[in-house]
Ligand binder design. Structure first.
Ligand code: DGT
Ligand code: CA
Ligand code: CA
Ligand code: ZN
Length: 573
């Protein structure tokens, strides 16, 4: 049974955390953390690499010892070292590290001095005023811990779309392998391409439902079975993701797909519409009295209600039903509409591949152009380019274009927006570039007024073409900057600057609602991979999902136009 990369990364992270709490050597801890990041970012499953005889020590920062451990984890989902660490320490300690503001040092202290080993115990200790008595913790810290643990205990656990996808692909393949279990397809928020999913909903058809559900419970990644009945089963996979499988007869498949795709709000609105027409809609079909009038396909269900079929990404009760009724559904942008990618890194800064390798990878995926946009000098940890290195890269790209046939490489930069809204490179150099992406990489916590002013100033800079990852959120890691997005989007429209939908599944920034706002204000959007290695071009599909959720059409997307049109638009700016 394949262990997905996200699980391997989680195991490595847990080892790092437990070692850190034990007070192990910092280099050792960092080695595990870096390995977790490397594996988590890989485009190909480790199991597949190993099956092809690849040597894991070719990956950056992975030596013989780590490679052996990773191979063990890829086979078994765990490794002896982790089991030893877990046996030595309370199980919930790693969970404490997920409370904002708590690092390994503090967790270690709280554990030793107060015996706190769960989030609940810490919350209780803070409530009783015991935390402030610990050396290095004051009243203020205690109050923050009280709030953070409260929020943590209340929050529902969600999974990033790309992490969920790593589980979905092998699971669907496994389920489809059972004779008589057909048309296995994800529904729910996963099908609607939300940026995160709470659980996975899978729909399939079968004559013998109970047998199909039993097959699910026998899947190798299942950690525990929550329920297993004749038409529905729920299991929790290793790593915590919950899966609902529903099995329906073929005649109800369309209605069930519609029902379990949701969203709830969309479903409620549809049922109301059905009622107003004297019909009844449920997960088995559309009925006039007891007579079924539709249900085998989704199209038939929508048609019975007088509606065009609505793409899943739009099903949030945000006006899509009215649009489907009046023939005004948008022609949503697709992956095939993208002609280029305007945000790409190379090993000149913090990417892993050369300009040429990135160009070839993009060409292989059918793109006509990419812009190379390495970091600028201020980002020293990311190997940012100073003016002289950037000037050399411009020449390198010009030479490369003479040799390349299938793709054009544009010279660009991802220039840092400094704290005051000025840019990290001189204007004269920026004006030599084909594409200037301007992004924030620090001072995330300025006040709303200052942050907004900072971005507006950058937008007004005449050399800027794209505002990179506008809110700087990292899903599950960093909240978005406090920004007046309405003003930012209006200013972008007025200045002719495109707003990025950064397609990295950790960012997905702009979000769906901001895409919609951009369209309403007449601002263009650029759907970019922010690729750091060749495989990252495949992330574009996640950006497409958000853009579609934001009702965007090809005309709204800057990099859905031809190279000729793009050059015109960049010049006109
Ligand atoms: P999630 O899992 O939180 O990311 O979001 P969903 O949309 O996947 O929600 P989930 O898994 O609770 O249910 C899947 C779909 O099934 C949901 O979008 C609509 C449908 N559904 C489930 N329970 C109900 C319900 O009680 N009422 C209605 N109207 N629909 C429901
Ligand atoms: Ca779900
Ligand atoms: Ca569900
Ligand atoms: Zn960036």
């Amino acid at each position: 049974m394949p262990v997905v990369n996200a699980t391997i990364a989680a195991v490595l992270d847990e080892i790092a955390n437990l070692l850190d709490i034990q007070g192990a050597n910092a280099f050792r801890v960092r080695a595990y953390r870096n390995a977790a990041r490397t594996i988590g970012n890989l485009g190909t499953a480790v199991g597949t690499l190993l099956a092809h005889g690849k040597d894991l020590t070719d990956l950056p920062g992975i030596g013989d010892d780590l490679a052996r451990k990773i191979a063990t984890i890829a086979r078994t989902g765990t490794c002896p070292q982790l089991e030893r660490l877990r046996a030595d320490m309370p199980a919930a300690l790693s969970e404490l590290l997920h409370v904002p503001g708590l690092g390994p040092k503090r967790v270690k202290t709280l554990w030793h001095d107060l015996g706190v080993d769960t989030v609940e115990a810490l919350h209780q200790a803070a409530r009783e005023g015991r935390v402030r008595s610990v050396h290095g913790f004051g009243e203020k810290t205690e109050r923050r811990i009280l709030e953070a643990t409260h929020a943590h205990l209340k929050r529902e656990r969600r999974f990033r779309l790309d992490v969920a996808e790593q589980f979905v692909t092998p699971l669907v393949e496994y389920l489809s392998g059972l004779d008589g279990l057909d048309r296995v397809e994800p529904a729910g928020s996963f099908r609607r391409r939300r940026d995160t999913v709470g659980d996975l909903d899978i729909l399939a058809t079968a004559e013998d439902g109970a047998r199909a559900i039993r097959h699910l419970t026998q899947y190798g990644e299942v950690a525990d079975v929550v329920s297993a009945g004749p038409t529905r089963g729920t299991v929790r996979l290793r790593g915590g993701l919950q899966v609902d499988l529903r099995v329906v007869p073929p005649a109800s498949r369309g209605a069930a797909m519609q029902y379990f795709t949701g969203s709830r709000a969309h479903g409620v609105a549809l049922r109301r519409l059905a009622q107003s027409k004297g019909l009844k809609l449920n997960e088995y079909g559309v009925f006039a009295g007891d007579r079924p009038v539709a249900g085998d396909t989704e199209e038939s269900v929508y048609a019975a209600l007088g509606l065009a079929w609505i793409p899943p990404e739009l099903r949030e009760d945000r006006g899509e039903i009215e649009a489907a009724r009046t023939g005004r559904l948008p022609r949503l942008v697709t992956h095939e509409d993208l002609r280029g990618d305007l945000h790409v890194h190379t090993k000149a800064s913090d990417g892993h591949d050369s300009v040429e390798a990135m160009a070839k990878a993009a060409a292989a995926r059918g793109l006509d152009y990419i812009a190379i946009t390495d970091h600028s000098q201020r980002l020293t940890i990311a190997g940012g380019l100073d003016p002289s290195r950037l000037a050399k890269q411009i020449d390198e790209i010009a030479r490369l274009n003479e040799r390349l046939r299938d793709i054009t490489v544009l010279a660009g930069t991802e220039v840092d927006i400094l704290e005051d809204g000025s840019l990290d490179l001189p204007r004269s150099l920026l004006e030599r570039l084909d594409v200037v992406v301007a992004s924030v990489h620090g001072h995330f916590d300025l006040s709303r007024a200052r942050q907004t002013r900072r971005i507006l100033r950058a937008l007004e800079h005449p050399a800027v073409h794209v505002l990179g990852h506008p809110t700087c959120r990292l899903i599950d890691e960093r909240d978005p900057c406090d920004l007046d997005m309405q003003r930012v989007i209006r200013a972008a429209a007025a200045c002719g600057v495109a707003l990025e939908v950064n397609a990295s599944p950790k960012r997905l920034d702009l979000t769906d609602l901001h895409c919609r706002m951009a369209k309403a204000e007449g601002a263009r959007v650029a759907i970019d991979s922010d690729a750091h290695d060749a495989d990252d071009f495949d992330n574009l599909r996640f950006g497409i999902g958000q853009a579609r959720r934001g009702w965007l059409e090809p005309a709204d997307v800057l990099n859905a136009c031809t190279l000729g049109e793009l050059r015109e638009r960049l010049k006109r700016r």
